[in-house]
Design a protein around this ligand. Structure first.
Ligand code: PLP
Length: 388
């Protein structure tokens, strides 16, 4: 059989222009290759907790499989899981969509609402996928740079100045990946005040790290209830319950938006895995003590890493949530991808360059790893920085 081997013979869709495997995935794969060659690499690059999925959750999945919950589930999510999520936030099941990870919720919302040329405001540094999801759906990301000096947070003036008649969404993420910034209730209200005068702009509040906040956390709709009828809240079990591989996330929003997102999902994946939904139901309705236990463990890891970075002379803002810290690169090697390459090759530590998050001159370190790996990783980082 003749094989198509060169990109010359293969036609990619125009909508894929500039869209490639994320830099995070590439770095993690590179680190895995080095490890396979026997090189000792400490990868602090991926965004998933090292804890196992809770035992009672795994048991619930086993039961679901044995009891025969193995047929196509409803496109919008199983009635039981939708009802449990709705009850938690005091809404109806028609306000809930369950998808294959929070990622599908976000991309489904873009597909369901954007026309070519519509604009989506995203706050840099942002989670790598945001901009490409917008582009894939035909939209244009409007990226607002929010450097460390402003706590990596969007200011009301910046928001006001960026809104145009084509703006459809403001995409917020609190606690943030990659900075750990958490918006206070007052900060959210100030952003809400701006949006009240722009009825065409809806809000996505990506709160996937909600249960990993080290300061009081306020959901966007609680801070700004007047905008609940144009807000999509995104959440899921991936991070808080260490269930990244189960691929269950959900969106909470106005029924017409959810209905449009269900139509998109119906043509792309159908309902999310039935067994994983049974597991997610157990996660959110079963014992919740593990949330605070794991949050406390993460906070201790954060303190260890921030202390280590400070000692190494690498300037960083103390993250208030999530499990990432986003230090500046050292003055002697300020180009982020060069410094990350140097760290990987010289010290065997994998971090992600800030450019992947729309903010060069920084790098992201994930502290969702065992204490020993973090201690060793930070030690190597300090040695390599000192050698520059
Ligand atoms: N939103 C943010 C900010 C994330 O960091 C991630 C995962 O890294 C997701 C959404 C996606 O979550 P899920 O694994 O449930 O698709």
């Amino acid at each position: 059989m003749a094989q198509v081997t060169s990109t010359k013979d293969f036609q990619r869709a125009e909508r894929l222009q500039g869209i490639e495997l994320s830099e995070i995935a590439r770095i993690s794969e590179h680190a895995a290759r080095l490890r396979a060659q026997g090189i000792d690499v400490i990868a602090l690059s991926t965004g998933e907790p090292d804890f196992p999925s809770p035992e009672h959750v795994v048991e619930a999945a086993n039961r679901a499989a044995i009891e025969g919950q193995t047929r196509y589930p409803a496109t919008a999510g199983t009635p039981a899981l939708r009802a449990a999520i709705a009850a938690e936030v005091g809404l109806q099941t028609e306000n809930i969509i369950v998808s294959t990870g929070a990622k599908q919720v976000l991309s489904g919302a873009m597909m369901a609402t954007l026309n070519p040329g519509d604009e989506v405001i995203a706050v840099a540094p942002f989670w790598t996928s945001y901009a490409d999801m917008v582009r894939l759906a035909g939209g244009i990301p409007t990226i607002l740079s929010c450097p460390a000096e402003q706590g990596f947070k969007l200011s009301p003036d910046q928001l006001e100045a960026a809104i145009t008649p084509r703006t459809r969404w403001l995409l917020l993420n609190t606690p943030s990946n990659p900075t750990g910034a958490v918006y206070s209730k007052m900060e959210l209200q100030a952003l809400g005040d701006v949006l009240k005068n722009h009825p065409q702009v809806w809000v996505i509040s990506d709160e996937i790290y909600q249960h990993l906040s080290y300061v009081p956390f306020t959901p966007f709709v609680q801070a700004v209830p007047a905008l609940a009828d144009r807000t999509l809240t995104v959440n899921g079990v991936s991070k808080a319950y260490s269930m990244t591989g189960w691929r269950i996330g959900w969106g909470i929003g106005p029924a017409p938006l959810i209905k449009a997102m269900i139509a998109v999902q119906g043509q792309i994946t159908s309902g999310a895995c039935s067994i994983a939904q049974a597991a997610a139901l157990e996660a959110i309705t079963g014992p919740q003590d593990l949330l605070s236990e794991r949050r406390n463990a993460m906070r201790a890891r954060r303190d260890l890493v921030v202390d280590g970075l400070n000692r190494a002379g690498l300037e960083c803002t103390v993250p208030e949530g999530a499990f990432y810290v986003f230090p500046k690169t050292p003055a002697k090697m300020p180009v982020d991808h060069e410094f990350c390459r140097y760290l990987l090759d010289e010290a065997g530590v994998a971090l992600v360059p800030g450019r992947a998050f729309g903010m060069p001159g920084h790098m992201r370190l994930s502290f969702a790893y065992a204490t020993e790996s973090l201690q060793e990783g930070v030690r190597r980082l300090a040695d390599a920085t000192a050698k520059l």
